[in-house]
Design a protein. Structure first.
Length: 398
């Protein structure tokens, strides 16, 4: 069913351009109109014929095509859609965007548009990690450009690492967020989110863990990214796909989570949503422990470092402006959570009663506690909790 919404899709000159054909299909199926601009590079990878057949629209390629200018001027083309999407966004296209160039149709439209812009970068891992590309990325983000991906994985060039264009489904999710009109009031902010459980090894094949699914933390990371924040998600082992538009760093143990969190600083805010194990096995065995019939076995546990307290008590300039912790309790939730806030030195605590199927479920019922008092939020989906928390964070950082 037609939504009345439309996207201007710029396809740049990367191998991933073939995935943008699938994206066109997804947009059409969702009832979102799509008009495509092929860069000169893009036209080397996919043809105007296939793009036109899939989009059902004329395909634009040349800034100086007089027929196009008579039919629809380039300024109008840049504004007729609700959102401009560049996928794949090549290193070259990102550089020209950051520099404010307008030397072809795509960059002219990107400069002339009054609509939100979403890019899905795709390039070789070294090109992605190059200081020039990272500086261009930071410039674009600070201007409010939304970014989805890239993913890490095997690349067409035979190398491995971040640089693969996000999958069409992930780009589609980012397009839906952008079209929903979420304010981009966290653009230019960097936020670290911890999520999921930790696994504390007993021996090479066994570990101590908890029931955290990572759903709430991932939803928070996605909601912050949707408002334009640059988000680093430090995630324990979870069975979820990493959320789009977020840089995910996977960890195993609490100590690894602490190291990854500190390495991701400086940040404007840190949200500690992970269910970090309080204890680990003192001497995890190097080899698989064998069953000793009838003998029983005692594990000695030692305390893990406290990530929330560590971040909250960093010295002045290093402490993020806002530190948010989560308190999962099964009894006396408010009393324990309030005490946790003062003990750990964080600014807010999101308290939840996990006695009733919160772990792994889709709903959550939380109380937000700050220095002024507490506020009960009604039971709602974890996505809605995340959206509300992201709104509060945006207000606090503004
Ligand atoms: C086979 C081939 C594959 C390429 N793949 C990529 C890529 O994935 N990402 C990228 O940034 N550049 C890639 N390039 C380089 C771009 O095509 C080149 O920078 C071009 O100028 C980009 O054009 P555009 O900015 O008009 O899209 C590739 C070049 C070739 C020849």
């Amino acid at each position: 069913m037609a939504t009345g919404q439309s996207v201007l899709l710029i396809i740049g000159g990367g191998v991933a351009a073939y995935k943008s054909l699938l994206l066109i299909r997804l947009l059409k199926t969702a009832g979102i109109g799509v008009r495509v601009v092929l860069t000169r590079g893009g036209a080397q990878f996919v043809t105007p014929l296939s793009v036109g057949a899939l989009s059902g629209e004329k395909v634009f390629t040349d800034l100086f095509d007089l027929t196009d200018e008579a039919e629809m001027g380039h300024i109008q083309l840049s504004r007729a859609a609700d959102l401009v999407v560049a996928a794949p966004a090549t290193a070259d296209l990102m550089a020209r965007m950051a520099a404010g160039m307008a030397d072809d149709l795509a960059t002219t439209l990107l400069l002339a548009t009054d609509k939100d812009v979403l890019i899905a970068p795709a390039m070789n891992v070294r090109m992605w990690e190059h200081a020039a590309t990272q500086a261009n990325l930071a410039t674009l983000r600070a201007r409010g450009v939304a970014v989805v991906g890239p993913d890490a994985g095997d690349m067409a060039c035979g190398e491995y690492g971040p640089g693969r264009m996000a999958e069409p489904e992930a780009i589609m999710a980012a397009i839906r967020t952008a079209l929903a009109g979420t304010p981009r009031d966290l653009a230019g902010r960097r936020i670290v989110v911890t999520s999921g459980p930790t696994h504390e090894p007993i021996d090479p094949v066994r570990y101590i863990a908890n029931r955290s699914s990572g759903k709430q933390g991932q939803a928070i990371a996605a909601a912050l990214a949707a408002r334009g924040a640059e988000v680093v998600l430090v995630s324990g082992p979870v069975g979820l796909d990493p959320p789009p538009g977020v840089e995910t760093r996977g960890v195993g143990t609490a100590r690894e989570m602490l190291a990854a969190t500190l390495a991701a600083l400086p940040a404007d805010a840190v949200v500690c949503a992970a269910a970090v194990a309080d204890y680990r096995v003192a001497d995890a065995a190097d080899q698989k422990l064998k069953k000793a019939d009838g003998a029983g076995r005692t594990l000695t546990l030692v305390e893990n470092p406290d990530i929330l307290a560590t971040v909250s008590t960093l010295p002045g300039g290093e402490r993020p402006r806002l530190v948010v912790g989560f308190a999962a309790e099964t009894q006396d939730v408010l009393a324990y959570a309030g005490a946790k806030r003062t003990r750990k030195g964080c600014d807010w605590i999101v308290a939840n009663d996990v006695s009733q199927g919160v772990f792994g479920g889709d709903d959550n019922r939380v109380t937000l506690i700050d220095a002024q008092g507490s506020e009960d939020w009604p039971k709602m989906g974890k996505d809605a909790v995340a959206a509300k928390l992201a709104e509060r964070i945006a207000t606090a950082l503004s």
